[in-house]
Design a protein around this ligand. Structure first.
Ligand code: AMP
Length: 171
């Protein structure tokens, strides 16, 4: 895990003052690091009988699609508003200032399907909370929520009290 942590670059004051941004592009460009990150995210779900992996725009697409392929299941994108072409469900969530919205195709998941939600990083938890709500709106079951990185001080887990959370790297 220390080897993976060393591949993640800390960028202070991005995208605004006071934020310490966890830059995963330095991990993605390293062949061994990329494979190991995907291995770590997929491994706990080998026997989970998943039907789909849902990835959150945009870094959740990179890990989510790779995890889906590794587990032999399909991938469903959760996107920012106005990007998905067919009929969508949408879920809004609070930001520090104002709100944001995420969308998912209404026909992307079916009732009873078992779904893993994947994103790169758990901060305050609002983004993942909205994605979980979208999965449930389709009648599907959230079998787990997985992140490469958890920023523990921001207590994102409080937003997801009933979910099975898995995080590879904790800070
Ligand atoms: P939150 O909704 O607060 O849990 O924020 C999670 C989303 O914001 C994820 O999709 C992350 O990619 C991004 N994010 C939040 N904080 C950071 C950070 N310090 N470094 C990198 N990405 C972050």
């Amino acid at each position: 895990m220390d080897a993976l942590k060393q591949l993640i670059r800390d960028v202070p004051d991005f995208p605004k003052p006071g934020i310490l941004f966890k830059d995963i592009t330095t991990l993605l460009r390293d062949a061994g690091g990329l494979r190991s990150a995907i291995d770590c995210l997929a491994e706990p779900y080998r026997e989970a009988r998943l039907d789909k992996v849902v990835g959150i725009e945009s870094r959740g697409f990179i890990f989510g699609a790779a995890v889906a392929d590794r587990l032999g299941v399909g991938f469903v994108p959760v996107r920012k508003p106005g990007k998905l072409p067919a009929a969508t469900h949408s879920a809004s969530y609070a930001l520090e200032y104002g709100t944001d919205t995420l969308e998912m195709h209404r026909d992307a998941l079916g009732p009873g399907q078992r779904v893993l939600v994947v994103d790169d990083l758990l901060a305050t938890g609002g983004t993942a909370r909205a994605a979980v709500n979208l999965v449930r709106e389709c009648g599907a079951e959230v079998a787990g929520v997985a992140f490469l990185i958890e920023l523990e001080a921001l207590n994102g887990r409080a937003q997801l009290p009933d979910e099975q959370l898995f995080t590879v790297l904790r800070y």
